[in-house]
Design a protein around this ligand. Structure first.
Ligand code: ATP
Length: 355
């Protein structure tokens, strides 16, 4: 069965550390994403699991078996690359069957497994084509079929959607997720695209500079970010510096006092803190009212279903995102320099430990 365990995995290149002590357990049938900016160590981690890069320290277990020093072909993994990496002179069926041929699977069984894998990605009707006779999305599905056909214990996906245009990406990501769930594939998925990671994963691992910042479900990361990096990287967020003035009162460096949630940071009360406040949790009303914080609009951006506002609180700008108000609503006419009132549930302004 396919569980994947990373135990204190480290990769150093000379004095620099690409991956620093990553611990992770991917359960049978679970899809876990490695998410982070360029250079954070996602690909290095995945390639260590695949057996293409040797770890400096730590262990990799697949189904409880230590494969840290096993060669790539003996690891029971199937990998899909960003570049598809199809053999250009082989047909779709030959590409998909290649791994089975290497494993000395007989011709009859090979043919039936290839067709079954192609049916899973809905390409059985194109088995005789060459890769160059397929669209990008179809080529990527051939690459998926090629990884699936060997029934790997662990499925490894390295930015498999990044060469596809936006619409196709959304389609293929849904297809991959449905297939992964239907077949119960234990999957490690690398992406730098937070929407993709949030949409596809059971759990996510946010990495920065080779270190795990937080592991959790999409909701955990979005609603309860562990630090400013996660708050800023997963979704859009107002991250504001200041200090606690009393329970539920957070004074910004620029002066304004914001209502905030309880202090769960566990750091001493005099230490620096940040507030993380999601832009869609802020309500906006035209004019200055008694309740809430007065602000001045500095930008309005109409985006169709939503409208974004920048609101100045006296030296600090907050991003506010609201469903676009209907015609006739006074908010629909909101313009730069207008005075507004902002309000939110204090619990939505989460305190996190400052740097
Ligand atoms: P990207 O999204 O750009 O692919 P990534 O998160 O996958 O980024 P990695 O490719 O894992 O990042 O690289 C992690 C770090 O290790 C980077 O700082 C990179 O420069 C460094 N690195 C990777 N390979 C080597 C190498 N062979 N020699 C030296 N440093 C390397």
């Amino acid at each position: 069965m396919g569980t994947l365990t990373l135990d204190g995995l480290v990769k150093r290149y000379g004095p620099s550390t690409a991956v620093e002590r990553v611990d992770l357990e991917v359960r049978q049938g679970e899809l876990v994403s490695l998410l982070g900016p360029s250079g954070c160590g996602k690909t290095t981690t995945l390639r260590m699991v695949a057996g293409f890069i040797e770890p400096t320290a730590g262990r990799i277990l697949i189904g409880g078996r230590d494969v840290t020093r096993a060669p790539a072909y003996a690891r029971d993994t199937g990998m899909v690359f960003q570049s598809y990496a199809l053999f250009p002179h082989m047909s779709v069926a030959e590409n998909v069957g290649f791994g089975l041929e290497m494993r000395k699977v007989g011709r009859a069984e090979r043919e039936s497994r290839v067709m079954e894998a192609l049916r899973l990605v809905r390409l059985d009707h194109l088995a005789a084509r060459l890769p160059r006779e397929l669209s990008g999305g179809q080529q990527q599905r051939v690459a998926l079929a090629r990884a699936l056909v060997v029934n790997p214990a662990v499925f490894l996906l390295d930015e498999p959607l990044s060469n596809l245009d936006a619409k196709l990406r959304a389609e293929v990501r849904l297809e991959i997720r449905q297939l992964q769930q239907r077949l119960g594939l234990t999957t490690l998925f690398v992406t730098h695209d937070q929407d993709e990671a949030l949409a596809m994963s059971d759990r996510l691992v946010v990495l920065a500079a080779g270190k795990v910042q937080q592991v959790g479900s999409a909701e955990d990361l979005y609603e309860r970010p562990a630090n400013a990096f996660v708050a800023g990287f997963v979704g859009r967020c107002n991250v504001l510096a200041g200090a606690l003035e009393g329970p539920g009162r957070f004074r910004l460096e620029a002066g304004a006092v914001l209502p905030c949630g309880p202090d769960e940071t566990g750091v001493p009360s005099h230490a620096a803190r940040l507030v993380a406040l999601r832009p869609e949790r802020i309500a906006i009303a035209a004019g200055e009212r008694g309740e809430g914080l007065p602000a001045r609009i500095t930008a309005v951006t109409y985006l169709g279903a939503e409208t974004e506002y920048h609101a100045d609180l006296g030296g600090t700008t907050l991003l506010v995102i609201r469903p676009t108000p209907p015609h006739g609503d006074p908010l629909r006419r909101l313009a730069v320099e207008d005075r507004v009132t902002l309000q939110w549930d204090p619990a939505a302004a989460r305190l996190i430990a400052g740097e």
